[in-house]
Design a protein around this ligand. Structure first.
Ligand code: 13P
Length: 251
């Protein structure tokens, strides 16, 4: 069975001191039985990763970065490679977040290259996808998410899918307080799983976790995570408060 996953995406929030305090509060608050039942990851800013890696070592909480570059090495001022992340070490990387797509013009093709870099360096990937409000209102949401998954991940072998988690994040639900209804999310998740099955096989589709992200809070997490194809959440705002993040893990 798929183990549930609750992942906190801190985005560009917290300085070193506040971030460390938040991490310690999460670490002190999450119970061992919860970690047995549910995987927990923190996706922190690059500057925090080395200290967080030392702090989380042996804790059972996974650590990831929020991006990596699509090339392995070279003259790309200001960028961070997957190899650098693996050497920290971190185990995970978030790729294709809608904010990267929107503000940094990341295309499916570039994200596909990033996925390759991550996998080649032994990192596990959370691949984010999701439609805008305009795309949903013009009834293109199934088509859009299908293209994002095919173009970003369609080149992978069935074996490589064991290092991939999907995160469906409808852009209109991110940071807006508007959550997709559990039924709306389930519909896309089921469609995505069906697509993975077509791209690989039924075993891979059954084993692949699909998270939901977009205004998840302790109060709505239980209903969302209760749906058949929703295997946990990718949490933004509510991951910046230890109590609400823990509340979602408990849910
Ligand atoms: P919010 O939980 O703040 O809506 O953000 C979701 C998100 O983008 C997680 O990656």
């Amino acid at each position: 069975m798929r183990k549930r996953l609750v992942a906190g995406n801190w985005k560009m929030n917290t300085d070193m001191q506040d971030g460390y305090r938040l991490l310690k509060d999460i670490l002190d608050g999450v119970r061992e039985d919860e970690l047995n039942a549910c995987e927990v990851h923190v996706y922190a800013p690059f500057t925090h990763l080395k200290i967080f890696s030392n702090t989380l070592n042996g804790s059972g909480i996974g650590l990831g970065a929020q991006n990596c570059h699509q090339e392995s090495v070279g003259a790309y001022t200001g960028e961070v490679s997957a190899e650098m992340l693996a050497s920290v070490p971190v185990q995970h990387v978030l790729l294709g977040h809608s904010e990267r797509r929107q503000y940094f013009n990341e295309s499916n093709a570039v994200i596909a290259q990033k996925v390759d870099q991550a996998l080649a360096n032994g990192l596990k990937v959370i691949y984010c996808y999701g439609e805008t409000l305009e795309e949903r209102e013009s009834n293109k949401h199934f088509e859009v998410v299908e293209t994002q998954i095919r173009e970003g991940l369609g080149h992978l072998s069935a074996d490589q899918w064991s290092d991939i988690t999907l995160a469906y994040e409808p852009v209109w639900a991110i940071g807006t307080g508007k959550t997709a209804s559990a039924e709306q999310a389930q519909e896309i998740h089921a469609h995505s799983r069906d697509l993975i099955s077509k791209m690989t096989n039924g075993d891979v589709a059954n084993a692949t976790r699909i998270l939901y992200g977009g205004s998840v809070k302790p109060g709505n997490a239980g209903e969302l995570f209760g749906m058949a194809d929703i295997d946990g959440g990718l949490i933004g705002g509510a991951a910046l408060n230890a109590d609400s993040f823990k509340g979602i893990i408990t849910a």
